[in-house]
Design a protein around this ligand. Structure first.
Ligand code: ASP
Length: 461
């Protein structure tokens, strides 16, 4: 066996592979003192240790097996993975809409790095076409990599850069915009772009994927197709999130950027509209509207780019027993806006009241949101709520905590005047505060799979 069939393995780990005649990319069963494992042996990076063998198991996860625990290994097959996607030029078809894809990173832009076995970001238009040729039937695509980060590294700077880039594309007359993005903070970016890009004449669609494209159950290709379909062909000129709707491959859901949240760490259907019903379902052939009122596509509308953000804003998730010094510390460190995520209808313990008073007296603005996510802040129901309002805490209706955080940062980026900020916070831009929440939003969309399916069927003809 030549050395390169053991890519990256050295020292003791290499000896073990040689002893059992197992190669990198070999489908292998391993018996260890901790149980038996089955999977594909992955290459290792030059800097890795020499006492683990890395297996990609059937779920798609990689596990490291300590060679000290190995009793027996057997190669049962061999399949060298080809992770280099063939690049092809994206064809231009007359009559199809022109869509711009901005890449920011995340799992949707990831593939397996054969050197390390890790999932790394990668993005190029030709690669995309090579991987998902169906995209060429939907639109004419141009792409631009704006960032290559996992979404926990997105933040105010990136929101501002993205808003400006979107503004430029709209001015150049593009028909729709798709933004590839990590799923973890997709809903923060959805809110930020809703506030920073107003009066868009065209759809702006955020899309991610829960499972990378090297996994058989990946949602990357389908989500991309749905997002391109929406950007190019839908009449909804709003900032939306487009992700798997059901647990099967049946359709994607379109959610408003201000009413959406990641609700499951691993389901592909993780994004749910909260406090409302989704805008529409989408598949490759059609977009089926669920919500009837939305902003319609209009080529002659002039977009407003409002790229403001102050990072002197923060959010605290209340827990029983929280101490006043948590708020004092934020004020002492110069924070100017605090979003509280309170219990029930919007509560915190009495112990915090003096700290709240100290904060608001120093000009720090404080807004109340809910841990329950669904429903409205009601601070008139108990006198504790009234006390807090008297101390300056402002209820935000049914605005989601992350959305309130983003909106407060956006407002503080524009003005320091508490009255102005209040006006901005409480005047909805795109349904971040609604008059009421539809009963079927909570009951049906959170009710479990059969109910969701029955409900969706009513809209699919
Ligand atoms: N951590 C990743 C991210 O948010 C997960 C994903 O893309 O789904 O960027």
């Amino acid at each position: 066996m030549s050395e390169d069939i053991f890519q990256g393995y050295k020292g003791k780990a290499l000896e073990v592979l040689k002893k059992y005649n197992v190669r990198v990319w070999g489908q292998t069963t391993i018996q260890t003192t901790r149980g038996n494992f089955e999977g594909t042996v992955l290459p290792r990076a030059e800097n890795d240790d020499d006492f683990h063998i890395v297996l990609k198991i059937a779920t798609g996860y990689n596990i490291g097996i300590d060679i000290g625990t190995i009793n027996e290994m057997k190669e049962t097959g061999y399949k060298k993975a080809n992770y280099k996607i063939p690049e092809k030029e994206f064809p231009i078809t007359e009559g199809l809409p022109n869509v711009k894809l901005f890449g920011t990173g995340g799992t949707i832009a990831s593939r397996l790095d054969y050197r390390t076995g890790a999932v790394i970001p990668a993005f190029s238009p030709g690669e995309l076409y090579g991987a998902v040729p169906e995209l060429a039937d939907i639109c004419n695509l141009t792409t631009e990599k704006v960032f290559a980060v996992f979404s926990e590294n997105m933040g105010p700077k990136q929101y501002v850069a993205l808003a400006k880039a979107i503004g430029e594309e709209i001015k150049n007359g593009i028909d729709g915009i798709v933004i590839g993005h990590g799923t973890d903070t997709l809903h923060h970016t959805g809110a930020a772009l809703t506030f920073m890009v107003q009066n868009s004449p065209i759809p702006i669609v955020l899309v991610g994927s829960q499972r990378s494209s090297d996994r058989p159950s990946s949602d990357a290709a389908l989500n991309l197709m749905h997002a391109m379909k929406t950007a190019g062909h839908s009449d909804i000129a709003e900032v939306m999130v487009c992700m798997f709707g059901a647990t099967s491959d049946e359709y994607g859901l379109l959610h408003k950027g201000t009413r959406v949240r990641k609700m499951h760490s691993s389901y592909r259907s993780t994004f749910r509209t909260i406090g409302d019903i989704p805008l529409a379902t989408v598949n490759r052939d059609k977009i089926t509207h669920i919500k009837k009122d939305y902003k319609h596509r209009r080529k002659d509308r002039n977009v407003d780019i409002l790229p403001y953000f102050s990072d002197k804003v923060t959010m605290i998730y209340y827990y029983p027993g929280m101490k006043p010094d948590t708020i004092d510390a934020l004020v002492d460190n110069g924070y100017k806006g605090i979003v509280i995520v309170g219990t029930g209808l919007g509560h915190v313990n009495k112990e915090l009241y003096p700290a709240i008073e100290r904060a608001t007296k120093k000009g720090v603005v404080m807004y109340m949101t809910l841990q329950t996510l669904w429903g409205f802040v009601h601070m008139f129901v108990y006198d504790t709520g009234r006390d807090m309002m008297a101390k300056g805490v402002i209820p935000t209706g049914n605005m989601l905590p992350e959305v309130a955080f983003i909106k407060l940062g956006w407002a503080l980026g524009q003005t320091k005047d508490p009255e102005e900020i209040k006006k901005i916070m409480l005047t909805p831009i795109n349904d971040e505060i609604t008059k009421r929440e539809p009963y079927n939003g909570y009951l049906i969309y959170q009710g479990g799979v059969p109910e969701v399916e029955d409900f969706i069927k009513k809209f699919r003809k």
